[in-house]
Design a protein. Structure first.
Ligand SMILES: Cc1ncc(COP(=O)(O)O)c(C=O)c1O
Length: 507
């Protein structure tokens, strides 16, 4: 095995220290092409040239009127990104009748294209063959400088982004929206990161403003981490936040788990100025559960991202998931009109429901968020009504019910959804519950708390203890108290209200 094929993040560090990393990282970055890297080279004072300004970016509402193709990527020109090298390889292998003396144990049954990293199949974390070819197609389609496939969802993608950002900057502080997915917190535990939280007005809103971001930056900040699109369909001003990050020489990482469909709409965060994004293909594109991307504004991040994926991810990535990402490229390349029609179907359904008096909350192009309280229910109760009527919703929360659509949604689904919603009984509105945004006191770093001797106690008896856990209501998988934070009586009450009954606390 050569140096370049050694897996593992720490191997990456040692290999790089023999070449350009970490001592010569500044030089390596000056050579890079992303606005961030240029910003670093200019001492963190570069202008935001090269990406759109906040004012130039239309918000999600009504964006169908202003749709523009991405500035880079497929719709700008070349049409050869419909290649499906992974699918083609798997198909020819399955058809070849080769005697399978390798993993997986099914030996082709019942999944003939389920293979492992055999000769010719490439190696996910050091991709240079069919996987790399497919990843390059994805990068071109999304307008990224490079893309890395993840078989561990955005969860793995987020962990990899944070590891790469921390390694690139040599810093361990992340400024992040408080209502971030638990994978950010698990990355903090695994990597020993500290998080400076930016609190929203409402739980679990992930949106933060450029001003809030600027106020949260410290000299030790490695990266800003924002969730956009969030679970309720909220979106950040990525271009504006990117401007702030450029001025301060800080990386911008976007959890775009819910926004992979933005490959079709021209407002993908990688287009708007993020340095790295984590996108769950499986949430809003036709791909298998677990299929995700890290999209990069600079290809210099590919190696650290791959290395971090090897650190955290399985050494047996699923070829069925990889194939689904490969085939998703073809969907993106060939089915743009159908995808836009599907997203337009969501927009039309929103209008139709509003005309029927169904109260909707502002949300992105793939979601409909029903204000269930205004219809006399909790979000969970309304989701239960929908279930009984034959529709399973993405989430029923305390206030609202979230319906999630995708770029591959069937046309008939919109009318069906409208019929079901119209048929449901409406009641006298109930007062929206007062759910405070909890601002806990931090008493130890997340990693130290998580790894401390601990015990599990009922949440009702957890007040006054230090949280050692990443427990969160699921969905939206946003923890209310993080490891290392003191659980106040108020925090315990909110945690219980969201259905979490027990929590691990430091002994
Ligand atoms: C905001 C957000 N980020 C990240 C994730 C993790 O995505 P995945 O399920 O692809 O690992 C989720 C999962 O729902 C999420 O809601």
């Amino acid at each position: 095995m050569s140096d370049s094929t050694v897996s593992g993040y720490f191997c990456f560090l040692s290999i790089k220290s023999r070449t350009t990393y970490p001592r010569c990282k500044a030089k390596r970055f000056i050579l890079g092409s992303s606005p961030f890297l240029k910003g670093l080279a200019a001492g963190g004072n570069s202008s935001a040239s090269g990406h759109s300004s906040a004012s130039g970016h239309s918000s999600a509402s009504g964006f169908f009127d202003t749709l523009k193709p991405p500035s880079r990527g497929l719709f700008g020109g070349k049409r050869d990104y419909m290649r499906t090298p992974i699918h083609d390889f798997l198909k020819s292998y399955a058809d070849s009748g080769t005697l399978r003396l390798h993993m997986p144990g099914g030996k082709g049954s019942p999944y003939p294209r389920d293979i492992t990293e055999i000769s010719g199949a490439d190696v996910l974390y050091e991709s240079s063959g069919i996987i790399r070819e497919s990843e390059d197609c994805a990068a071109a389609l999304f307008g990224a400088a490079a893309s890395c496939y993840s078989c561990g969802g955005s969860t793995l993608a987020i962990q990899a982004m944070l590891a790469a950002a921390s390694a690139a900057t040599g810093k361990r502080r992340i400024a992040a929206g408080r209502c971030s997915h638990r994978s950010l917190v698990s990355a903090a535990v695994l990597l020993g990161l500290d998080i400076d939280w930016i609190y929203p007005d409402e739980f679990p809103s992930g949106t933060v403003s450029p001003e809030q971001v600027e106020a949260a930056l410290t000299p030790g900040t490695a990266a800003v981490f924002v969730t956009s699109v969030d679970y309720l369909g909220g979106e950040c001003d990525i271009a504006g936040i990117s401007d702030v990050c450029r001025r301060h020489g800080v990386l911008l990482l976007a959890d775009n788990a819910h926004g992979a469909y933005k490959v079709f709409t021209g407002d993908h965060p990688i287009t708007l100025g993020a340095d790295m994004t984590a996108d769950s293909a499986h949430k809003t594109l036709p791909a298998l559960t677990g299929a995700a991307y890290v999209h990069l504004a600079d290809a210099a991040f590919r190696e650290p991202v791959k290395s971090a994926m090897a650190l955290f991810g399985s050494s047996s990535p699923s070829y069925l998931i990889l194939e689904s990402l490969d085939l998703c490229n073809r969907f993106i390349a060939e089915e743009r009109e159908a995808a836009l029609a599907a997203l337009n179907g969501v927009s039309e359904l929103k209008k139709a429901l509003t005309a029927e008096g169904i109260p909707l909350r502002q949300s992105d192009a793939a979601r409909i968020v029903i204000d269930a309280n205004a219809l006399g229910y909790t979000g969970a109760e309304y989701a239960e009504l929908m279930r009984k009527a034959g529709a399973e919703c993405e989430m029923g929360g305390v206030r609202s019910t979230v319906l999630l659509f995708s770029a591959a949604q069937q046309a008939g689904d919109f009318g069906r959804t409208a019929e079901i919603i119209k048929s449901l009984p409406r009641k006298k509105p109930i007062e929206p519950p007062d759910i405070p945004v909890i601002v806990p006191e931090r008493v130890m770093p997340p990693r130290e708390a998580y790894l401390s001797p601990s015990e599990t106690v009922p949440v009702s008896r957890a007040a006054g203890r230090v949280c050692a856990d990443i427990r969160s209501p699921c969905p939206p998988c946003v923890p209310i108290v993080m490891p290392g934070e003191l659980i106040s009586p108020e925090a315990a009450a909110v945690t219980e209200r969201y259905g979490v009954t027990a929590v691990r606390v430091v002994k």
